[in-house]
Structure formats: C-alpha cells, structure tokens
Design a protein around this ligand. Structure first.
Ligand code: SF4
Length: 701
C-alpha cells in the first residue's frame, strides 16, 4: 500500500509553546502522516488542529524554494546560494564599513530551534560585529521575562503542566487557553478536584464562559484589581506569613502600597463589584493550592511588567509557590520563545549571562574558545529601539529571520515605510510571500519544522526534540546550514569550527548552562530527550547521578529558595498609570486585539496554507461588537464596517456578539490589517508593545 508507513518517530510540535508530542508516520524517510503521541507527558494523546495539520503546511506552493535577489528594476530574480551569500556578505560589509558596525541589525524569532538561535546570536554578535538584534519574543514574552527576573532573580516560570490538574483554584489573567493553548485547557479539564476557575478578562472569552468566576473588568484596570485582591487577602488575614517572612522581601512596602486599593475604592474603576473582588481574593486565599496563569492580556500592556509582578506577589504572599498546583505562571506563546529567552544572545549574553559583566564575558569567551574582545560589553537595543534606529537612519541594513513584522509590529503601516528606507533588507523564511518578504532585497529560503533537527523549550521549561522527517523543498536549507554558510562567507568559519551540527551546539549550550539556574548538564544528549518525552530545565549532572531519566514533571522553588543573592523573592509594586489613548468623543470605542481561533497562528504564514484549517475560521477579517453598540450605529451582523483610529482605517465584517462589553470592540490579530490601527506604545521596563488599548471610531460602510 503506497500510503502505508514503514516506521514511526516522535517530534515536538512547532507551533505553540504547549510543546505537544506528535507521532510521525514515515515511509522511506518521509513523513506521510501524524497522530498525537499518547506517551508524551505534555499532551497525553491530544493535539489541536494546527498540530494535526503540521505536515500539510510544508507542502504549500508559497514555500520559498530558491534564494531570490531584487534586480535594479525591482523584480525578484532567482539566484544561486553562492550569489546570495556573496551578496549578503558584500552588502552588509559595505554598510558596516560606511556607517559603522552598529548600522546592521537583526530581528529574530521564537520559531527556530535553540541551536539555531544560539548560532544566529553568536554569528551576528561575535562573528559579524553586529551590536543590535532582538527577537519577536519582544512582542510576546519580554514582560514575563522582566517581571520574573526582577521578582525571582531569574527568568523562571516555575510550573509543570501537572499543576493544571492539581490546583484547587486556577486564575487565568488576560489568558484564553481554550483558544490560545487548547491542550493546556484539556489538562485543566482533567482536574478531578472541582477547582474554582477565575478568569480576569474584559471579554467573555470561551475560557471565561467555562469559568466559575468571570471578573469582566474594564480594560487596563488589571493592576488596580490585583492590588485590591492583595488588599483583601491582607484584610481577611489570608496571608502565609511563614512563607512571606522566610522567603520574600518587601511585604511591608507592599501592604502599605495596597492599603489604598480597597475593593470599595477600585470597584468603579474596574467595573467589578466589591463582593466579586472579595470573593475572588477569598477563593485564592483559602485554596490549598492556587495557581495564577497569564498570557498576552498582561504581557502586551504598557504597564505589563507591574501587572505580572502583582500576580507573582499574590502567589508569593499566599505561599502558593513550589508546591503541586501552585505558582505564578506565565504561559509562553511560540514553540521556542523560551529558547529565545535563554539562547538568542540579544538582550542577554548567550545563556542568560550579562554583556555588561567582564566576568560573564570571560566565561562565555572561554567556553566558546573565542577572544573576549569579540563579545560586546553592552546589550542590544530592544525591538522598538531598533525600529527607531531605522527611522533615524542609524540602522541601514536589517536581517529578518522567521518572523513577519510587516504584519505583526505595532502600527505596521509606519513599519512598512521604515523597511523601505533600509539600504539592504534580508528575509530568511520558509515562505517568500510574507508581507515582510515582499519588501526584501534578498530572500533566503529556509527549511521548516519537520525538515530539520534541534530542540524547542516549551512553557513548562521542557526541552523537546524536533526531527527531520521531510526534505525541504527546492534548495531551501535548515537555518542552521544557512548560518554555517554565512559564517564561512563572512570569513569567520574558524570561530564556529565546533558548531558542526545541531547536537554539537546542544553540547555547547549544556556547557554554558553549568551551575546556572537553567543548568542542563545532566541531559544525556538528544537520545535521552527522545527516549523520555523531553526534559525540563534544570537537570544537573548531580541530579542525573541521583535519578536518570529524571521525573517527567518537575517544578521550581520547592525549597523556597529564589534566584536573588538573598535567596528571597522580591515583592514589587508601582503606581497605576492611566491608559495612554482612552476613548473620547471622536474615537469612542476601545480596540482589543488577540487570538481569534484555535486554527489560526500569528500572521498565518503557515496556517493559511492548510485547506482544513482555512475551513475552521472566517476568511474575512471581522470585528466583534456588542449588540447595543451595533444597534446605535445601525449595523447588523455581517455588515461591512469601517474601523478608524488616529493612525489608519480598515474595513471589516461586523460580528455582533455580547462577548465584548459595550464601548469595546475586538479584532483578531491574524488578519493583515489590525496593526494599521494600533498605537505604538510600550511597557517602559520590558519594551513590549501594548497591543490591546487604542481608541477607534466605527461607522457603517
Ligand atoms: Fe501544537 Fe500547540 Fe496545538 Fe499542541 S496545542 S498541537 S503544541 S499548536
């Protein structure tokens, strides 16, 4: 039978950070089908539609198959790899010679494997003398990273997925796992403890509908609400003072700060009754094991870092850390955003060291066998600063890898204009028809998930293996091979003589991690990752001597010791800031953005290539609008409406639904247009864009 597989193998899914295990059915070395892996400790035999369709999107006609170079007349012309790499090197070197090394930057991703991320970061910064590079993880996880680092001493999501099943009270803040992380939600449904499920979200999302308490707050009143919950926890004497005294710093300041945020004071501001605020606080405070989970509703906010820390504070003062079913738990978005956080060599030196520290630079240089002078002594500009650098003419050359900022960057119309100001733009991607690739001077065709080897780190810190079960189309190469080739053409191949294949780089990463919070020196190579369903960091040599393979579900901080020098976690508070662009007479609605359906992924470069997935979501971009608002502007379901902000205007189909509150509208982020409207403003601590709060007007077309 031509359709019969002759073997199977497993690999971690390459979309979201749940990191499901997929069993690939292989015939003559090529995957011909897949099923969810039943033994994998993450998904226990389940997968969402994106995972089921993971192979299909590799077959697309939109795949980049050959290097493309822009001709003087503007057309893209197919060229050889030799021409592409010679041009890459010549143009970027010319720009650096003319304007200084800092004039070339890179924008990377949470979509490629750790080994490629590390290679890119090391090649760019230690090999090519590039100073500024950042990842699209700035758009999703930077806030959680900053919050964890300041509060706990390291970027350290503490949980394991079993916590979904072991919690008596789960609080989801700005998170809609039914849509964003469906398999995690399935884990919640396996919870046998009849848990309280509290959802804090301005929309009545699918998750909110399944909750036992929905705090449908006014947008951006989350910080005040969390301080009020903290206030009531103290007032109702629901604090774990043993834990607070032994394991935290700053409780008195916290108590003083939140004393003004009584439920009575914040009730109006949040649009939540005093009773509901108290009830939520008491559910958290009285639970044996409470866990608090957050995603983009928190991270993508102009005060997101402080909101995330308000969540961390609540878990800390109630002693909900380090035990089963507890934690202040940031859920990651992209399959390898966590890898980017640890290994991208952008704002942190490779492996979460500091560029500014001589000692750290020495350690990394010795480890890699390179001259320490090759390591810059300052961190990179953040994404928004790189964008500003282009505007000011300081950045003239840009290399974009596996991300699509011409769609996803906040206020993208402006961003597209900036791309055209560049002297040379290189886009390295699986698809050559992305909005960003359309602006490129050079396109480098990359292999995708399933066509290459390496590791992803999922939300619960689990390294999982990605395998090659397909041949990349045409002349597309694994990003790893592209980086190797660029190193050679740039003349720095010698620096990377040890970086021969992904597993060799994995060993380098293990070495760099030694004695760090993210120590993975205990992992016995890819074979062990494969054999035991992935391994969560940390897993040290000492642990491996005690127990190998490791337990499948491990959480951080079970000893109550945090990563600050004092060993204590810090309780951090701040003032509450007003929304930068509140609705007014001219722009009376507030625009919320977010994930639309389970079947769409980010800017859809992949998901739009599956016929099955396309059937599962509306093809036309739409806006959710409350029935009474629709009535007041004379719109019925399905009408085309014009949505306008101070920056742009788009036409979308109306979806009249009470899931949004009056005065608010929601447009999914997956369609190409919503960032025509958004306002470029950022969290000052994390530099993460605040996507979910700009004022718009709506009228019937
Ligand atoms: Fe893949 Fe995420 Fe879906 Fe799991 S939930 S199958 S990791 S996209």
């Amino acid at each position: 039978d031509a359709m019969q597989a002759d073997s199977t193998t497993t690999a971690t899914c390459g979309y979201c950070a749940t990191g499901c295990g997929l069993r690939l059915h292989v015939r003559e070395g090529e995957a011909i089908g897949l099923t969810p892996e039943t033994d994998y400790p993450v998904n226990l035999g389940m997968a969402c539609p994106k995972g089921w369709e993971a192979l299909e999107v590799l077959n697309s006609e939109n795949r980049a198959t050959h290097p493309l170079l822009r001709e003087p007349d503007g057309r893209m012309q197919q060229v050889t790899w030799d021409t592409a790499l010679t041009t890459f090197t010549k143009r970027f070197k010319e720009i650096q010679a003319k304007y200084g090394n800092e004039s070339v930057a890179f924008l990377s991703t949470g979509q490629i494997v750790c080994e490629e991320m590390a290679f890119l970061g090391a090649l760019a910064k230690f090999g090519m003398g590039i100073l500024h590079g950042d990842g699209n993880t700035r758009q999703c996880m930077a806030t959680a990273v900053t919050a964890y680092k300041q509060s706990l001493g390291f970027d350290s999501p503490p949980y394991t997925y079993e916590d979904f099943e072991q919690s008596d009270c789960l609080v989801f803040i700005g998170a809609n796992p039914c849509i964003g992380h469906p398999i995690m939600w399935e884990r919640v449904l396996r919870n046998q403890k009849s848990p309280e499920i509290i959802v804090v979200d301005p929309r009545r999302t699918e998750t909110a509908m399944a909750s036992s308490q929905h705090l449908q707050l006014r947008p951006k009143s989350d910080l005040a609400l969390l301080y009020a919950i903290t206030n009531h926890l103290i007032a109702a004497n629901l604090i774990d003072y043993d834990f607070v005294n032994a394991n935290t710093e700053g409780f008195e300041e916290l108590a003083a700060h939140v004393s003004e945020f009584t439920p009575e004071v914040v009730s109006d501001r949040c649009g939540i009754s005093v009773l509901d605020i108290r009830r939520a606080a008491e559910s958290i405070g009285r639970a044996d094991a409470a866990s608090l989970w957050w995603t983009m509703g928190v991270n993508q906010s102009y005060e997101g870092t402080r909101v995330a820390q308000a969540i961390i504070n609540i878990a800390l003062i109630t002693g909900n850390f380090g035990r089963p079913g507890t934690g202040a738990n940031s859920i990651t978005g992209q399959c390898n955003a966590m890898g980017s956080r640890l290994w991208s060599n952008t704002t942190n030196l490779l492996g979460h060291y500091r560029f500014e520290s001589d000692q750290d630079r020495d350690r990394v240089a010795n480890n890699l066998g390179i001259d320490v002078d090759r390591i810059p002594n300052q961190g990179s500009w953040a994404y928004d600063e790189i964008v500003e650098g282009i505007r000011q003419g300081k950045i003239k050359g840009l290399w974009v890898i596996a991300t699509n900022p011409a769609h996803s960057w906040i206020h993208r119309g402006d961003f597209r204009e900036l791309l055209d100001q560049l002297e040379f733009l290189v886009v390295q991607d699986m698809y050559d028809q992305t909005e960003t690739a359309k602006h490129a001077d050079l396109v480098l065709p990359a292999a995708g998930w399933g066509e290459k080897v390496g590791t992803f780190i999922n939300s619960e810190r689990r390294y999982g293996l990605v395998k090659k079960v397909r041949k990349a189309p045409g002349e597309a190469l694994a990003d790893f091979q592209i980086f190797r080739a660029i190193a050679a053409y740039w003349g720095v191949g010698d620096l990377f003589s040890e970086w021969t294949e992904p597993e060799a780089v994995f060993r380098i990463l293990q070495r760099l991690s030694e004695h760090r919070p993210n120590d993975i020196t205990g992992i016995d190579g890819y074979a062990q990752l494969d054999a035991c369903g992935g391994i969560q960091w940390p897993y040290t040599k000492a642990e491996a001597e005690e127990q190998s393979p490791p337990r499948q579900q491990r959480r951080l901080f079970s000893d109550g010791i945090f990563f600050h020098e004092s060993g204590k976690a810090k309780l951090i508070v701040d003032q509450v800031f007003p929304m930068p662009e509140p609705p007014d007479e001219n722009y009376p609605f507030l625009l919320l953005t977010g994930r639309g359906t389970v079947s769409q992924w980010h800017t859809q470069t992949r998901t739009e290539n599956s016929k099955v997935l396309r059937k599962l979501y509306p093809q036309q971009p739409y806006v959710e609008i409350h029935p009474r608002d629709a009535q007041s502007i004379g719109v019925v379901n399905g009408d085309v409406v014009n949505v306008r902000s101070r920056r742009g205007s788009i036409n979308v189909t109306s979806m009249v639904t009470p899931t949004v509150q009056r005065g608010q509208v929601f447009i999914p982020m997956h369609y190409r247009i919503v960032n025509e409207l958004t306002l470029a403003h950022f969290d000052p601590h994390s530099h993460q864009p605040s996507y979910k709060d700009c004022a718009v007007q709506i009228s019937r077309e």
